[in-house]
Design a protein around this ligand. Sequence first.
Ligand SMILES: Nc1ncnc2c1ncn2[C@@H]1O[C@H](COP(=O)(O)OS(=O)(=O)O)[C@@H](OP(=O)(O)O)[C@H]1O
Length: 333
Amino acid sequence: MLALSSNHPLYLAGHPLHLSFNMCSISTKFWVFGYISIAALGEADKRLLPSPSPPAVPPPSLHKNRAMSSFSNGSGSKKLPQAIIIGVKKGGTRALLEFLRVHPDIRAVGAEPHFFDRNYENGLEWYRDLMPKTLEGQITMEKTPSYFVTREAPARISAMSRDTKLIVVVRDPVTRAISDYTQTLSKKPDIPSFESLTFKNRTTGLIDTSWSAIQIGIYAKHLDNWLQYFPMDQILFVSGERLISDPAGELGRVQDFLGLKRIITDKHFYFNQTKGFPCLKKAEGSSKPHCLGKTKGRTHPNIDPEVVQRLRDFYRPFNMKFYQMTGHNFGWD
Ligand SMILES: Nc1ncnc2c1ncn2[C@@H]1O[C@H](COP(=O)(O)OS(=O)(=O)O)[C@@H](OP(=O)(O)O)[C@H]1O
């Protein structure tokens, strides 16, 4: 699999940022709210506000594949996913997928296919072939967290099926950025400090919004792109924080959203003191307890509290906008 890190400078290349809102997808209430927020933003921040995306047309070769969503072969068939965890990177997407796999009516591909961002040219049949076989009534799922910040992903997923259910695990963007940095640091120990990467100019306090660790957390901007193609009630937002503090509660919401019986309950989880996270009493297809691996739940480096505060100030208006758009206060401010 092509391993282009989402911290790679090319990752968000070509994602222009303009000061404009799409009136079709955002309520008047939100527009008024957004307008007030805009006034409070600095010049650099204004460039980050949501902009409408031109509709992307799927390659003609994919149109013919749209109807061919399953391939029968004995014990079940491979189907295109009906539900996708589209983000966010470092939000808790692996935990959510691992927990969902406990459900007998969910079958999921373990690896991240990266179809709608890096592998789209391979075509839908390539994508479908990655999926596990499912029986009638079972839901096929995958997770690729980079979809949420991929400009073309909404149009492409909509072209596959307008009915695809989308799930986004969101987490405090400041902690998310530090988690993202921690992951990069674990692979490249020589990178500059988080503090120095955060600013374009530390003296003026200008934040480097082109750094993907910062960019990904501007959820309102990315969400606006999805709302050009999907109605809000087709997108479920899972709190990354609650996924840790109350996994059964968040899993209940997800099962409802997917139209499934609430089979995954608090009986399935225990809190592992050593890991510091909830774990499964029994993993899918096993009778043994299961925690996520070492790359999940890393210790974060200490970050200068002034830098953390500056980032909190930076994200606040975007968080407010995101709460307004989703109708849910995630409590990060
Ligand atoms: N149960 C459980 N066990 C371990 N880790 C958990 C769990 N629930 C949520 N998390 C949080 O998931 C964070 C990693 O997020 P992702 O899986 O989305 O990362 S990735 O984008 O796929 O790399 C990871 O981030 P870090 O703590 O920064 O490592 C965890 O905080």
